[in-house]
Design a binder for this molecule. Structure first.
Ligand code: NAD
Length: 393
């Protein structure tokens, strides 16, 4: 079949196999061109490995450091008539490239919150890797089924404490408009923490420790977004921010429970980027279109792969990594510094329906959005027939 993008709201419901493969190849090429990254991980578990920051973490681990990688993701398989999700094709492409390089790679497709998928991962690590020396926690999920009670928790994207009215950009209708967001109630906050907080990260580390699968000095990190004033009402100080604060608690708990193994646990703050997760958050498409404009002009624009390569080589595996006052690793300084934020804020205040395309880099945002699904990738023939039935096994 010939595959063209089918966009519904903030999501694209299909994906392009060759385009996803080309996008993965670009990231591998970037990492391979960086020369020796110094010492790094050898056996890596990536939870949330198929798209965005998790995929970039897997690529840096394998192609930057020659590590064996076990990925865990939740992606839809293809059928004769329907394409798979992008993460499926990304994973198929990653496996092909890893195999060509003689790098061990296995991926478990299923619910990372479940005991069953954790057990499968432990089995694979025992059999193929011995122990892990790096665990990346990069899940972005709207819901979580509690593995013990079966109860389903849903995350909510709402302000905390008071209602908030702000500008937003509707990517579907090409329209700048105001949205009024009602504050979350206590239950919505608690449910969001249950889904996107640190509990499941802790459960993964506990399962690995109980099975003696953590190497001495094993590092683990979970990703967060902190941002600044413009995004605080809907992110940093909102329901999702409350969940992300819980990661700080979890990091301390992981360290204290695994002292005998000298485990290091960090929350890493990354910059805002177009991913499937961020495009679903109100305000983010507008904010990201503006930061793309400013940061490209400043020459500081980075994608997932540049951020993660920097995180690994300059922070996580650096001799004595610089930490912020909460003990977190920060890779977001080029976005959150005062001078850059002031430029973004000036554009934010000026932006209207009429001048949006001129003031922002929406073209860049949209290109990156399409690329998430394998569309609009340089060098790909979009008239060529595609076989949707790609596999990674
Ligand atoms: P993404 O949507 O690209 O990736 C999410 C990954 O989680 C995918 O691999 C998906 O398959 C997997 N996943 C989701 N639910 C799962 C489940 N139940 N079981 C197994 N796998 C599951 O998201 P992303 O933007 O790369 O986000 C990853 C992390 O980075 C999140 O914690 C996010 O908050 C954080 N972060 C994102 C940004 C940003 O701007 N995108 C910025 C800073 C931090």
């Amino acid at each position: 079949m010939v595959i063209k993008p089918k966009i519904r709201g903030f999501i694209c419901t299909n994906a392009h196999p060759d385009g996803c493969a080309a996008s993965v190849a670009q990231q591998i090429e970037y990492v391979s061109s960086q020369g020796d990254l110094g010492s790094g991980p050898k056996n890596v578990l990536v939870i949330g490995s198929s798209t965005g920051y998790g995929l970039a973490s897997r690529i840096v681990s394998a192609f930057g450091y020659g590590a064996k990688t076990l990925g865990v993701c939740f992606e839809k398989a293809p059928t004769e008539r329907k394409t798979a999700t992008a993460g499926w094709y990304n994973t198929a492409a990653f496996h092909k490239e890893a195999k060509a390089k003689g790098l061990f790679a296995e991926t478990i497709n299923g619910d990372a919150f479940s005991n069953e998928i954790k057990a499968q991962a432990l089995e694979t690590i025992k059999r193929e890797m011995g122990q892990v020396d790096l665990v990346i926690y990069s899940l972005a999920s709207p819901r979580r089924t509690d593995p013990e009670t079966g109860e389903v928790f849903k995350s909510t994207l709402k302000p905390v404490g008071q209602a908030y009215t702000t500008k937003t950009y509707d990517t579907d209708k090409d329209r700048i408009h105001e949205i009024a967001l009602e504050p979350a109630n206590e239950d919505e906050i608690a449910q969001t923490i249950k889904v996107m907080g640190g509990e499941d990260w802790e459960l993964w580390l506990e399962a690995l420790a109980d099975a003696d699968l953590l190497a001495d000095g094993c590092k683990t990190t979970a990703y967060t977004y902190i941002g600044k004033e413009l995004t605080w009402p809907i992110y940093g100080q909102a329901t999702i921010g409350k969940a992300k604060e819980d990661l700080d608690r979890a990091a301390a708990a992981i360290v204290s429970k695994n002292k005998a193994k000298n485990v290091e646990a960090y929350v890493s703050s990354l910059k805002a980027l177009v991913t499937q997760a961020s495009s679903a958050i109100p305000v983010m498409p507008l904010y990201i279109s503006l930061i793309y404009k400013v940061m490209k002009e400043e020459g500081t624009h980075e994608g997932c792969i540049e951020q993660i390569k920097g995180l690994f080589s300059e922070r996580l595996f650096a001799e004595s990594p610089e930490l912020d006052e909460q003990g977190r690793l920060r890779m977001d300084g080029k976005e959150t510094n005062e001078a850059t934020q002031a430029k973004i804020k000036a554009l934010w205040d000026q932006v209207t329906q009429e001048n949006f395309h001129e003031l922002s880099d929406y073209a860049g945002y949209h290109h990156e959005f399409l690329k998430l699904f394998g569309f609009d990738v340089e060098g790909v023939d979009y008239e060529a027939e595609q076989n949707p039935l790609a596999e990674w096994k």
